[in-house]
Design a protein around this ligand. Structure first.
Ligand code: HEC
Ligand code: HEC
Ligand code: HEC
Ligand code: HEC
Ligand code: HEC
Length: 266
C-alpha cells in the first residue's frame, strides 16, 4: 500500500524509519563488558524479566550454580552465538547426555554441519538448521527454562520437533518413547522389589545393582529423548534385563553367586 500524506501514512513512514534506525541505536547502547554474574542478572532483570524468571525456575538457576556466564561468557560480543553451540553444553554434560546425542542422526548431521552452519540464526522454526543441536531443543526460542522438560505441555515439545518432521511422525515418537519408559519403570520396580526382599542385602553387591538399574533407566530416557537406538536398547532395556538376571542370580543361587558379585566388584 503506498504511503499517502495523511496522518496515518506519516505515522507509518516514521515507523519504518524507526525500524531502520533502531538496530543501530540498540547496538550502540549494548555495553561490551566484561561483567560479573550479578551485573548480568541485575541489568537483564530490568530488560527481560520473563527470561530471568524462566532461568530462575529452570534447571540452570543459581541452585545448580550455572549462571549467565557459563553459557554466554562474560562479554556481549558473540555471547549469543557461543551459547547456541553444542560445545557450551557438552563441557558440563559430558557423559551419557552428550554421548546419546552424538550417536543419534541429529548428532551426526549437526556435527557434519558444524563448519558451514550460520550460528547467527536464532533457534526457532524456519531458521537454517538442518538438525537440532542441544540448545535448539532445550532452549528453543530463547526460553531459558528447559523446553524439553517432561513437565512441559506435551504439545509444546511436539511443536518444536514438527518444525522439521510431520506431526503424525512426532506424535508416534513421543508415544513410543512413553511406552519404552513405562517398560523401563516396570523393570526398575521389579529389581527394587527383589533387592528389598533380600534377607541380607549385602550393601556392596545389591546396592550397587540398584544404582545400575537407575543408571540404565536414565539411559532409556536419554535414548528416547535423543533418538539414540543404542541408548534405548543396549545401554537401556538390554542392560536393565541383565541387571535383573544378576540380582536374581545373587538372591536365588545362594552364597556363591552373591560372593561372585562382591568379588568382581572389588
Ligand atoms: C548494563 C546493562 C547490561 C549488562 C550489565 C549486561 N547486558 Fe546483556 N544486553 C544489554 C543490552 C542493552 C542488550 C541489547 C538489547 C537486548 O537484547 O536487550 C543486551 C543483549 C544481550 C544478549 C543478546 C545479544 C544478541 O546478540 O542478541 C545476551 C546474550 C546478553 N545480553 C547477555 C549478557 C550477559 C551474559 C551479561 C553478563 C556477562 C550481560 N548481558 C550483561 C544490557 C546489559
Ligand atoms: C544453558 C545455557 C544458557 C544460560 C545459563 C543462559 N543463557 Fe541466555 N541464551 C542461551 C541460548 C542458547 C540463547 C540463544 C537462543 C535462541 O537463539 O533462540 C540465549 C539467548 C539469550 C538472550 C537473547 C534473547 C533474545 O530473545 O534474543 C539474552 C538477552 C540472554 N540469553 C540473556 C541471558 C542471561 C541474562 C542469563 C543469565 C540470567 C542467561 N542468558 C543464561 C543460553 C543460555
Ligand atoms: C557450567 C556447567 C553447565 C553448562 C554450561 C550447561 N549445563 Fe545443563 N546443567 C548443569 C547442572 C549443574 C545442572 C543441574 C544438575 C543436573 O541435573 O545435572 C544442569 C541441568 C540441565 C538439564 C536438566 C537435567 C535434569 O536432570 O533435569 C538439562 C536438560 C540441561 N542442563 C541441558 C543443558 C544444555 C542444553 C546446555 C547448553 C545450552 C547446558 N545444559 C549447559 C550444568 C551445566
Ligand atoms: C531442525 C530440524 C529437526 C528438528 C527440530 C528435529 N529433527 Fe529429527 N531429524 C531431522 C533430520 C534432518 C533427521 C535425519 C533424517 C534422515 O535423513 O534420516 C532427523 C532424524 C530423526 C529421527 C531418526 C530417524 C531414523 O531414521 O533413525 C528421529 C526418531 C527424529 N528425528 C525425531 C525427532 C524428534 C522426536 C524431535 C523433537 C524432540 C526432532 N526429531 C527434532 C531434523 C530435525
Ligand atoms: C531433538 C531434541 C533434543 C536435542 C537435540 C537434545 N536433547 Fe537433551 N533431551 C531431549 C528430550 C526430549 C529429553 C527427555 C526429557 C524428559 O523426558 O525428561 C532430553 C533429556 C536430556 C537430559 C536429561 C534430562 C533429565 O530429565 O534427566 C539432559 C541432561 C540433556 N537432554 C542434555 C542435552 C545435551 C547436552 C544435548 C546436546 C549434546 C541435548 N540434550 C540434545 C531433547 C533433545
Amino acid at each position: 500500500m503506498p504511503i499517502t500524506c495523511n496522518g496515518k501514512g506519516i505515522g507509518r513512514l516514521l515507523g519504518i524509519l524507526w525500524l531502520a534506525v533502531y538496530p543501530v541505536l540498540a547496538d550502540e547502547t549494548v555495553p561490551p563488558g566484561p561483567f560479573t554474574e550479578t551485573e548480568c542478572i541485575t541489568c537483564h532483570t530490568q530488560r527481560n524479566p520473563e527470561l530471568i524468571r524462566q532461568w530462575r525456575e529452570g534447571p540452570h538457576s543459581t541452585a545448580s550454580g550455572v549462571g549467565c556466564n557459563s553459557c554466554h561468557g562474560d562479554r556481549h560480543e558473540d555471547s549469543v552465538i557461543e551459547a547456541r553451540k553444542n560445545r557450551r553444553c557438552t563441557g558440563c554434560h559430558d557423559g551419557p547426555a552428550s554421548h546419546s546425542y552424538a550417536t543419534s542422526k541429529h548428532g551426526v548431521i549437526n556435527h557434519l554441519d558444524k563448519i558451514r552452519q550460520d550460528w547467527r540464526q536464532p533457534l526457532r522454526r524456519g531458521s537454517d538448521y538442518r538438525a537440532p543441536g542441544c540448545s535448539y531443543c532445550h532452549l528453543h526460542e530463547s526460553d531459558h527454562g528447559d523446553t524439553m522438560a517432561s513437565n512441559r505441555d506435551p504439545g509444546a515439545r511436539q511443536w518444536i520437533c514438527s518444525g522439521c518432521h510431520g506431526p503424525r511422525y512426532v506424535r508416534e515418537q513421543f508415544a513410543n518413547g512413553q511406552r519404552q519408559l513405562d517398560i523401563a519403570d516396570l523393570k526398575l520396580t521389579e529389581g527394587g522389589t527383589l533387592i528389598a526382599s533380600a534377607i541380607d542385602p549385602k550393601p556392596g553387591g545389591l546396592l550397587k545393582r540398584y544404582q545400575d538399574l537407575t543408571h540404565h533407566r536414565q539411559n532409556v530416557l536419554l535414548g528416547i529423548g535423543h533418538q539414540s537406538p543404542d541408548y534405548q536398547w543396549w545401554h537401556g532395556q538390554a542392560a536393565l534385563d541383565g541387571d535383573i538376571i544378576r540380582i536374581r542370580d545373587a538372591l536365588f543361587h545362594g552364597q556363591d553367586a552373591a560372593n561372585r558379585i562382591t568379588r568382581s566388584e572389588r
